[in-house]
Design a protein around this ligand. Structure first.
Ligand code: NAD
Length: 276
């Protein structure tokens, strides 16, 4: 019997049609009004190896309802993909905006895991795949809150994985660099048009004149396609000994390695976005 794979945040991006070709997938999204492209791409698989269901990771009720549609509530592989970003200077961000990032990226991810974990433990089998980021390993200017939410995921799931190995349950943190989805475009456009009230002109200058252009350039030079990342996820899912961490973009290996090799932190500062 194929493993049931539940994926969150399937209306766009990395977890679109690419991942939904796995043998038995429950592809979920907050807004079922956006299911058409996924259903069209699924073709014959729709209703057979793929079902599309509503799931807002920020609603307990929605989580419970979604699991009630799955036979026996059995989820063998949970792919926590849903996530949001945030770019901007700290002084110009409200606490509510920052909390929403942590709620979606961190606390609600944990809530979803809480819901599927008892079943996995009973069956002594399971795999939880979490979309982290290279920003879960390396801080990036003006992405302070987003990076913190991904660092939180890394620390949380690294800790949890130790206990879960006793239950034959694996955790995999997938760490992409930039990926061509709406994610970054939406973020950069938002940051470019926001006023960030209360922020001093020097900081705003760094954001508008240095960070945003450099970020767009970097984004085009090292970017991966959602297909590349989905393939890595599919490979991680089918692995008999799934890794705890999997970076998807080898161009980021040196940057991440600097973290342990350079305790001063100064080699990590990208010269292009931070004048010295
Ligand atoms: P995306 O914006 O295309 O997809 C994110 C999905 O999450 C969307 O379908 C969105 O509707 C969904 N989502 C957001 N809040 C939700 C909620 N409350 N309930 C259910 N769904 C919700 O972006 P993406 O690039 O496909 O991002 C997927 C994951 O990959 C995210 O966790 C992101 O942090 C991570 N990631 C993305 C990049 C990148 O450059 N795109 C890089 C590294 C990591």
């Amino acid at each position: 019997q194929p493993q049931i794979v539940l994926i969150s945040g399937c209306s766009s991006g990395i977890s679109g049609p690419q991942l939904c070709s796995l043998p038995s997938v429950v592809a979920t999204m907050r807004d079922l009004g956006k299911k058409e492209p996924l259903e069209a791409a699924a073709g014959d698989a729709l209703g057979k190896t793929l079902i599309v269901a509503q799931l807002d990771v920020c609603s307990d009720e929605s989580v419970a309802q979604c699991l009630s549609h799955i036979q026996g509530g059995q989820v063998d592989v949970l792919v926590k993909n849903a996530g949001i970003g945030l770019v901007g200077p700290l002084e110009g961000l409200s606490l509510a905006t920052m909390q929403n990032v942590f709620d979606t990226n961190f606390f609600r991810a944990i809530r979803l895991v809480q819901a599927v974990l008892p079943g996995m433990k009973r069956r002594r089998q399971g795999h939880i795949v979490v979309l982290s980021s290279v920003m879960g390993l390396q801080g990036v200017m003006f992405n302070d809150v987003y990076a913190a939410s991904k660092f939180a995921l890394e620390g949380f799931f690294e800790s949890l994985s130790i206990q879960l190995r006793q239950f034959n349950i694996f955790i995999s943190l997938v760490e992409p660099g930039p990926v061509v989805t709406d994610f970054k475009d939406k973020l950069l456009a938002q940051a470019a048009s926001s006023e960030f009230p209360g922020t001093d002109p020097d900081t705003l200058g760094y954001l508008q004149d240095l960070y945003l252009p450099a970020s767009r350039e970097l984004f085009h030079s090292v970017v991966q396609s959602p297909w590349d990342v989905a393939q890595v996820i599919a490979k991680v899912i089918s692995s008999s000994r799934p890794p705890l961490r999997k970076q998807t973009n080898s161009r980021y290996h040196p940057l991440v390695a600097l973290k342990t090799l350079d305790p001063s932190g100064s080699l990590c500062l990208p010269r292009c976005v931070w004048p010295r």
